[in-house]
Design a protein around this ligand. Sequence first.
Ligand code: BJW
Ligand code: ZN
Length: 242
Amino acid sequence: MRSAQHWVVFTGAGVSAESGIPTFRDALTGLWSNFDPEDLATTEAFLRDPDLVWGWYEWRRAKVLKVAPNPAHQAIAELARHVPRLTLITQNVDDLHERAGSPSVLHLHGSLHHPRCMRCAKALDPPQPLDTSQGEQLLAPPVCVDCGGLIRPGVVWFGEMLPEQALTQAFEAAAQCDLLLSVGTSGVVYPAAQIPQLAARSGAWVIHINPQNLALGSEREFQLTGAAGALLPLLVQQVLAD
Ligand code: BJW
Ligand code: ZN
C-alpha cells in the first residue's frame, strides 16, 4: 500500500452508516416500511406517486443535513492529502465526503442536493429542508417555474444512464490505479459494481472494507472485515506512518 502511486477509493452507503444514515438496502421504516427501496428509486414510482417518492427523498435530505462526516470520511480526506494521487468515486447521494474535506468527488448516482425539472432539466435550489420532528410526510414536489414540469431528485434511478463524464473518469481511474479500496458497498448495482472488477483485471490490488463477508472475485482481492469508521483511520495511520 505504501508504494501505490495512484489510489482509487470507491465508496457505497456503508461509509455513511456510522454518521447515522441508513444504507440503501436497510429495511425502510415508517411511511415507507411497506416498500422495497429498489421499487421507490425509479421514474415509474415517482410518476405513480410523486408525493410518496418526493417525501422519501426530502426526508433523507433533511437527515443528511443533520449529520456530520464520520472518521471514515475523514480518513479518506486525510489519505488524499498525502498519497501521490487519489481518485475518490462514490455511489452515495449525500455530500459527506465533501464536508469531510475531500476536494474532488466523482458522484456516480447523483445527489440529493441538486433537484431538477423532470421536463426541461432546469436545476433548482433545494427547498427549505423538512422539519423531521414532525414525522414522515407525503410531500408534493415543487413545479418548475419555466415549464410547469415536476421537480425530481437529482439522483440516478434504476434504468437511467449514469452521468457520462463521471463514469468515464471512474473507469479510467480504475483501469490505471495501483490500488483500489472499496468501502461499504454491497457491489450489486451496475455499472458501478464493475469498477473494482476492472481495477483487479487491470492489475491493481483491491481491498474491500465491509462488516459483511463478501464473495471475492479474484486473487488480487482482499477483505478487511469490520466497520469503515473503525478500520479506515487505523489503515490510513499505518500507511502514512514513517
Ligand atoms: C458497512 C457499514 C460500515 C454497513 N462500514 N460498511 C448489468 C447486470 C445486471 C443489472 C444491470 C446491469 N446493468 C444495468 C443493470 C440494471 C441496474 C442494476 O444494476 N440492477 C441491479 C440491482 C441488478 N442498473 C441501472 O439501472 C443503472 N443504469 C444503467 O445501467 O443504465 C443503462 C441501462 C439502462 C436500462 C437498461 C440497461 C442498462 C442505474 C443504477 C442507479 C442506482 N441508483 C441507486 C439509487 C440512487 C438514489 C437513492 O439513493 O435513492 O443508487 S440504487 C442504490 O444502490 C443507490 C446506491 O448508490 C447503490 C449501491 O448501493 P450500496 O451503496 O452498495 O448500498 P447497499 O445498501 O446495497 O450496501 C451497503 C453496504 O455497506 C453493505 O455491504 C453493508 O454490509 C455495508 N456496511 N455498515 C462499512 N459501518
Ligand atoms: Zn422545467
